[in-house]
Design a protein. Structure first.
Lengths: 228, 185
């Protein structure tokens, strides 16, 4: 079969050749009766394939298919809704947890802080208040003692009304204000260098600043009496 | 305007009217293709239904810029081949034993009558291997040109050409075993 194109005849009948191959086959078939006969057989066969009875889907099958697809689409939509709802719930829960954590932390921290500060203040007051009172009373007694000895008309401090002595100490201060001796004046004496009128040493920083010793004592009393 | 593209977009939005449009245009050729490929009516119906369900589920993956038909046939083909592999784990390219000539050699008249019956060729085609049936159906029933045929099969054009030739050669062999080619027109 040298020169024959039998291998291409089937594809030629199927219309699956390119232009060059188709032209080659056509030229050969004009000269070769054997190949032309075989090509005819192939054409018969392929024409038969094109006329095969075409099965079609039944209406029942189409209806079942549409029903199945709609059911599946409904399931998918429901799943999508469930996923969205679940996602919303999870996101909401997370948000709520975070917000609650922050709020509780703030509250707990504030309470803790308040409790701590309050406790510290109580401790400080318990520690300081008796000292304040004791020292104030000591100062007042000393001023009272001085008042019995030496009075002056230009009273400067340790009076009941000048704010240095709080109201809680007013009775004690009032006791100092005897008769016409108002205001109470401490025994006037010239403080020594570096000492106040109570004989206490003046803080170095105030001494350097040139603050008189009397004012130092006044400040000290005020500091002692100041409620923290 | 490509109606397939519009209907695919509607189906993507969950509108079953899009499905109705797509099915109306493709259901006959799809079922014919599946019927040839799987060979069995019931299996073809089952695969047909599964194909459209998968189309509805995976319509989001469909590229609207491409024609819908090849994508639909690719979905159907995967489902059908999966079924065939489960049913017949050996190669889908295997060929069943050729059927005995109708009527037998001892009865030429009966044989000639049998050969001329319409649908006889369909029986012979049904005896081919699934992949042979598939390529013949795509070429001669769906009238796909070689490039589209290769695209649907997922193979290069020369491979599709070779498959087509092999299927035709096997078909002719069986036909000749049953009777003269002229009787198969």
């Amino acid at each position: 079969m040298n020169g024959h194109v039998t291998d291409l005849l089937a594809l030629a009948a199927a219309g699956a050749l390119d232009q060059a191959e188709a032209a080659r086959i056509e030229a050969h078939l004009r000269e070769c009766a054997a190949c032309a006969a075989e090509a005819g057989e192939w054409r018969h066969l392929t024409e038969g394939l094109r006329r095969l009875p075409a099965p079609k889907p039944s209406r029942a099958l189409v209806a079942r298919t549409v029903e199945a697809v709609e059911s599946r689409l409904a399931e998918r939509a429901e799943r999508a809704w469930n996923r969205a709802a679940l996602g919303f719930v999870v996101a909401f829960a997370w948000t709520l947890a975070v917000v609650a954590w922050v709020v509780l932390d703030l509250l707990a921290g504030g309470l803790r802080q308040m409790t701590l500060v309050g406790r510290q203040q109580v401790v400080k007051r318990r520690r300081l208040f008796p000292q304040c009172v004791q020292r104030a009373l000591r100062l007042i007694h000393r001023a009272a003692a001085a008042n019995t000895k030496d009075l002056s008309g230009d009273g400067q401090f340790l009076t009941a009304g000048d704010g240095v002595i709080p109201e809680v100490l007013t009775p004690h201060a009032g006791a100092l204000q005897s008769g016409d001796a108002s205001p109470v004046v401490e025994k006037r004496r010239t403080p020594r260098a570096g000492q106040d009128q109570f004989g206490r040493g003046q803080p170095q920083r105030l001494r350097r600043a040139g603050v008189p010793a009397q004012r130092c004592a006044r400040k000290r009393v005020a500091a002692l009496l100041r409620v923290p | 305007v490509d109606p397939d593209r519009d209907d695919a977009a509607r189906l993507r939005r969950g509108d079953t009217a899009g499905l109705a449009g797509l099915m109306g245009r493709h259901q006959d050729r799809l079922f014919r293709y599946l019927r040839r490929l799987v060979g069995d009516e019931a299996v073809a119906e089952d695969t047909f239904q599964q194909t459209w369900v998968q189309v509805a589920e995976r319509i989001g993956r469909y590229d609207g810029a491409r024609p819908f038909g090849p994508w639909l046939f690719a979905v159907a083909r995967n489902l059908a081949l999966d079924h065939l592999r489960r049913r017949r784990p050996e190669s889908l390219d295997d060929v069943d034993e050729p059927a005995a000539p109708g009527g037998g050699e001892s009865d030429p008249l009966a044989r000639a009558v049998a050969l001329q019956q319409s649908g006889r060729l369909a029986d012979v085609v049904a005896g081919l291997a699934p992949l042979d049936r598939e390529v013949l159906s795509l070429r001669f029933e769906e009238d796909l040109a070689l490039p589209q045929l290769a695209q649907t099969l997922g193979v290069p054009i020369p491979t599709a050409k070779a498959r087509l030739y092999r299927a035709l050669a096997r078909l002719r062999e069986r036909v000749l075993a049953a009777g003269p080619a002229e009787e198969w027109r």
